[in-house]
Design a protein around this ligand. Sequence first.
Ligand code: PMP
Length: 408
Amino acid sequence: MSGPGLLDKFAPVAAIRDALAATGRNPTGLVTERLISPTLGIIEGRETILAGTNNYLGLTFDPACIAAGKAALDTFGTGTTGSRMANGSFASHQALEADMAAFYGQTYGMVFTTGYAANLGILSALLGPGDAVLLDADAHASLYDGCRMSGAQIFRFRHNDTAGLESRLRRLGEQSRRALIVVEGLYSVFGDVAPLAEICRLKHEYGAYLLVDEAHSLGVYGATGRGVAQAQGVEDSVDFTVGTFSKSLGATGGYCVSNNPVLQLVRYTSRPFIFTASASPSVVATAREALNQVSNRPQLREQLWRNAKRLYAAFQDMGLNLGCTVPSPVLAVRFSQRDEAFACWQGLVEAGVYTNLMVPPASPDGSSLLRVSVSAAHTPEQVEQIIAAFAKVVMPVQQRAAESVSAA
Ligand code: PMP
């Protein structure tokens, strides 16, 4: 017998891991040994500013959230030991669902154990064979996996390309009424936002449905923090909003809210809802309190945006090749060479600043980049330290790259 064996597929994975290990620092293996605050940790024994956490509002150490979590541990114990459909539906899960619906001004709310499960659970329930899904090419893996799990026909359109979306809808003809458009609010890698007004216009014109993932925009965009659809004034046109508690709320869990009563039926058909344990009571309690803070402390959002604007302006002054054209709490610096991105990421770690390194195949369009996520909890001094580290480590590399392109 010859041919590849079951486990031979791991050989290229081992090669990548070994190549990273040979550099002395594996970007997927960096460990935060201790946390001093939401934005400061100990990495490799060194105090490091955390600039890649998605902790947009800095709520992970909020005293009220911690107290709520502790109280839930005392009253409801450590875990639910079951799924929502079996034995794991507690009053606090229902309360969180009601909180989410009220926060969005929608009739129905549903919560899941993670954001990933929410996307699998909603998409695999809403869509089925014979349906069509129009998916932005840069959409998160959980959205893609949910579509795949559903068995619907998947049509990907170029990122934020509404002309491409329209031509897909047109070609679907009558079937566009069985189509779901799936996009994100704030895109988590490049920090750009969806052109929702135009997407909503197309959705109405072709009779399709629209789902928006506001995972990175909850608490961040919109007058009351409901996300990009609120910021763009199109909430009434969004059929299903999904998102996560794992970023601005500093907990874990996922949600869907809608005015469509079908959301109440999804509970009976969604396997990622039915066949997994529900969120622990302490996690639910911290998410509820964090949502309360989003509503009652708009100054957190204001501070986040002050920090984001300062960082964006400084990065622009340095001439960095950024992934977005307006200030955003997510800033990505693009590199044409994977090695340059890796060297800059290492240099920043050594300078005491942690960012996210993304290289192919994990990056959306095959580019290599460093991603920074800004937090309301970054002090003005920390923001200046991040800027100084980028000026020292990243700016010279980008200037050299720009010079070699213009000389070519
Ligand atoms: N949607 C988007 C757009 C995301 O970026 C993520 C997580 N990075 C998720 C869903 C999944 O959320 P969670 O990590 O809570 O499972």
